[in-house]
Ligand binder design. Structure first.
Ligand code: NAD
Ligand code: GLY
Length: 358
């Protein structure tokens, strides 16, 4: 069975297909490809697992491929150039469709390449990690990192469709699965108490990769994200909520070196920091703060600030966050589980206490 959701963006509306073993089904791809030319972008880990799969449904197309090194540390302009090299060396034209086959790193890079090549060519997202299936493949944020800041170079650019095959999660290691669950928990904390309670009750089943539980969590997450993106594609308002935990998390990723912490792990610590600051402010109860910590712990996610990071390190890096306005760091914080909001009206000394881990 295939679930179909839509990201409603007028004439750029696109479907999200969710199902098991759906990489073999050409109808999820072929109608969304504009010409005979296809460039599949993948990496050295994912290509041996799934490239042939995709190629077998694209036999009517001239399929080219570019295989990038694997890892967050390679999400750079330099490595992105390999995609442009391939597009040009193969003389691919303005109608070429770029297919992103991999996790969030490949999705963000291939999407950004598609946004830039000849000022924009179509692309398709085929996310293969839980994190990319529930978050990065949907909504059109694409880009690369800079040494001074995470995801600082990029574009909003929507795909033609998103094809989520939950079977691909069977080859993902446990640490990566947990990292994806951090983004799933995020949706519950932002605006969906019922989903958060479901996660509290079904965490073991997700960790055991129960197909029904995975499908439910992916669908709920994608629906939530699709709703937010439809309302605020370019993050003028409500979309900023999707960054709950990320201002802290991005600072950890940048400070520690890209790839040291998985994105989802850094977000996990950031979610707890948001809960702690919200608790210190008196906005959420101690019980709610503890529930956040317990939920993250039950997913085998980290929730402790890296020992060598102090408030100064955080503030320096958080000051280049995309939500900074007129020099003030705006944060996504919580009024309760299931109700987050963006604010710059917090007590700075409580922020410093939180950043120092006290
Ligand atoms: P990732 O892309 O690095 O993938 C994690 C690891 O899993 C990699 O080693 C990858 O090769 C491997 N892998 C992928 N699929 C696999 C499979 N099916 N089986 C076995 N191994 C597999 O990391 P990620 O967690 O998917 O994504 C993180 C990135 O996504 C970060 O760069 C983050 O900034 C970005 N992100 C973007 C958005 C957005 O809205 N664009 C949202 C959240 C995160
Ligand atoms: N991951 C945050 C966003 O897509 O807006």
């Amino acid at each position: 069975m295939i679930e179909k959701l839509q990201v409603e963006l007028g004439d750029r509306t696109y479907p999200i297909f969710i199902g098991s073993d759906i990489l073999h089904q050409s109808q999820n791809f072929v109608p969304y490809i504009k010409s005979k030319q296809v460039l599949i972008v993948s990496n050295v880990t994912v290509a041996p697992l799934y490239l042939d799969n995709i190629k077998s449904v694209l036999t009517d197309f001239q399929c080219h491929e570019v295989i990038l090194p694997d890892g967050e540390a390679y999400k750079t302009l330099e490595i992105l150039n390999l995609v442009f090299d391939s597009l040009l060396q193969n003389r691919l034209n303005r109608q070429v469709t770029v297919v992103a086959l991999g996790g969030g790193v490949i999705g963000d890079m291939a999407g950004f390449a598609a946004a830039c090549y000849q000022r924009g060519v179509p692309f398709i997202q085929v996310p293969t990690t839980l994190l990319s299936q529930v978050d990065s493949s949907v909504g059109g944020k694409t880009g690369v990192n800079h040494a001074l800041g995470k995801n600082m170079i990029g574009a909003f650019y929507q795909p033609q469709c998103v094809v989520i095959d939950t079977n691909t999660l069977n080859t993902l290691d446990d640490r990566q699965l947990s990292a994806g669950i951090a983004e799933v928990i995020k949706y519950g904390l932002i605006n969906d108490l019922e989903f958060f309670v479901w996660l509290e009750n079904n965490m073991q089943s997700l960790l055991n990769r129960n197909p029904e539980s995975l499908r439910y969590a992916i669908k709920a997450s994608c629906q939530n994200k699709a709703n937010v993106v439809a309302e605020d594609e370019k993050e003028a308002g409500v979309r900023a909520l999707l960054n709950l935990g990320h201002t802290f998390g991005h600072a950890i990723e940048t400070n520690e070196g890209y790839g040291t912490w998985l994105h989802g792990e850094a977000v996990s610590i950031g979610l707890l920091m948001a809960a702690i600051l919200s608790y210190k402010q008196g906005w959420i109860t101690e019980d709610d703060k503890n529930r956040v910590q317990q939920c993250l712990a039950s997913a085998n996610l980290p929730y402790k600030i890296p020992e060598k990071m102090n408030a100064d390190d955080f503030i320096k890096l958080m000051s280049v966050d995309k939500k900074v306005k007129d020099g003030v760091i705006r944060l996504v914080l919580m009024k309760s589980i299931g109700e987050s909001f963006v604010t710059s009206e917090y007590d700075h000394s409580l922020l410093i206490e939180t950043l120092n881990g006290v």
